[in-house]
Design a protein around this ligand. Structure first.
Ligand SMILES: Cc1cc2nc3c(=O)[nH]c(=O)nc-3n(C[C@H](O)[C@H](O)[C@H](O)COP(=O)(O)OP(=O)(O)OC[C@H]3O[C@@H](n4cnc5c(N)ncnc54)[C@H](O)[C@@H]3O)c2cc1C
Length: 188
């Protein structure tokens, strides 16, 4: 799994505070804006977070994980298409609960069947039906800071499955580093 921050609103925290200044007829000095952004987060004035955005490239996750990811309604996604892209070189995600060689055998069998179907002229969009949910995929995901905060709260939580949890924790980590502010303070 790899998560890369592609783009983020410049001086995002200051910008959030600057936008929020209009609500209170307040100072737009950088330091005051940063303080205000933090205060808005603490008070639950979360609409202010919608004025900053971040875009990530997430790759090497299973389609199980991507299916969970796309349930977040306020994030927007572009995903590698199995209708248009050949998956002959497909890689697979292995869960920790390995049982002998069962996963390896299932993945190899599926991939071989996929290739056979393509060879006899079946379209990619139909051949993909034999591929496992463990097949890796990649996405570009964008959203405002409130949407990312919602996603992190839900999916970095211990109730979420390990793979999406790792994605959420990495996104949290990258946003925390980028913003250096309480908005994305580490939530284990
Ligand atoms: C541990 C776990 C297990 C899950 N298991 C299942 C499962 O078995 N089956 C299944 O189908 N799904 C499952 N899900 C997915 C879950 O049902 C949600 O679809 C997904 O987590 C997105 O969350 P959300 O809809 O609460 O909010 P998001 O889409 O992330 O939206 C963010 C926020 O917007 C607000 N919001 C969003 N939509 C509405 C709305 N229509 N009305 C009012 N406010 C709204 C809410 O405040 C929400 O918190 C699971 C999720 C988790 C974390």
């Amino acid at each position: 799994m790899k998560v890369q921050l592609l783009q983020v609103t410049p001086n995002s925290i200051e910008f959030i505070g600057k936008c929020a200044a209009i609500c209170y007829d307040s100072s737009t000095e950088p330091e005051a804006c940063v303080k205000r952004a933090s205060a808005c987060r603490d008070k639950g004035h979360l609409a202010t977070l919608r004025f900053a955005h971040a875009t990530f490239h997430v790759s090497g996750i299973s389609r199980i994980c991507s299916h969970q990811f796309v349930r977040s309604k306020h994030l927007d996604f572009l995903q590698r298409s199995q209708r248009y892209c050949k998956e002959e070189e497909a890689e697979f995600v292995y869960p920790k609960s390995k049982v002998g060689h069962i996963y390896e055998e299932a993945y190899t069998t599926s991939l071989n069947l996929y290739k056979e179907l393509l060879e006899v002229g079946v379209k990619k969009e139909d051949a993909r039906f034999v591929l496992p949910e463990a097949t890796t995929t990649e996405l570009v995901v964008t959203g405002n800071f409130q949407a990312w905060l919602d996603f992190i709260r839900l999916r970095a939580d211990t109730h979420a499955q390990w793979e999406i949890r790792n994605v959420a924790k990495e996104i949290n980590n990258l946003l925390a580093k980028e913003t250096n502010n309480n908005i994305f303070e580490w939530m284990p």
